[in-house]
Every structure is written in structure tokens, then in C-alpha cells.
Ligand binder design. Structure first.
Ligand SMILES: [Cu+2]
Length: 102
């Protein structure tokens, strides 16, 4: 009986874990207002600080921060696009982030 309960517990745990992975999605944002070499890292760090964000990648347009960049964010459903935008815009008052919907 005890063994059956443990087995059931493990199955439930595996089920929960895999559904958490299945719920991951990707968001894209246009980010502008950066003013130096350090800004791209600051933007990535701000996005990554949002709960549920698992991966971030900022690609600068033509490799120049002056041009702004496209930020790709992988996140679980706990992270909402608005929270990511707020975190970026709070990191520096000149940053602007806008979701790109496809
Ligand atoms: Cu900067």
C-alpha cells in the first residue's frame, strides 16, 4: 500500500513537471532607448528578473545598440508580456519595450 502511494506520488510529480515545460512560450519585444555598450546586458538582466522567465536573448539591429534590438524571451505562463515590459522600462527611464505580435 505504501509503495503504491509512493509510485502514485512520483507519477503525479512527473506529470506536473512535464506540463510546466509544455506551457513555455516565446515572446518578442522591440527595445529602444539604449544609450551605451552596457545597456543590452541591462535589458537582458531586467527581463530575466521576471518570475517565470527562463531564457532571454537580445539581438541588436545591425549589431548597434543605437538602433535598438529585438528581445526574445522564453517564459512559462506565470510571466506576462506586460511584466517584462515594465521590468525593462523600470531598469532605465529611457528604455522602451514594445511587444511584437506575430
Ligand atoms: Cu547604457
Amino acid at each position: 500500500m505504501k509503495r503504491a502511494l509512493i509510485t502514485l506520488g512520483i507519477i503525479a510529480l512527473v506529470g506536473l513537471t512535464s506540463s510546466a515545460f509544455a506551457a513555455e512560450s516565446t515572446f518578442k519585444f522591440k527595445v529602444t532607448g539604449m544609450h551605451c555598450d552596457m545597456c543590452p546586458k541591462a535589458v537582458e538582466k531586467a527581463a530575466k528578473s521576471v518570475k517565470g522567465v527562463t531564457d532571454v536573448k537580445l539581438t541588436l539591429i545591425e549589431g548597434k545598440w543605437e538602433n535598438g534590438g529585438i528581445l526574445e524571451v522564453t517564459a512559462t505562463e506565470t510571466a506576462k508580456p506586460n511584466q517584462i515590459i515594465n521590468a525593462i522600462q523600470k531598469a532605465d527611464k529611457s528604455y522602451r519595450a514594445e511587444e511584437i505580435k506575430e
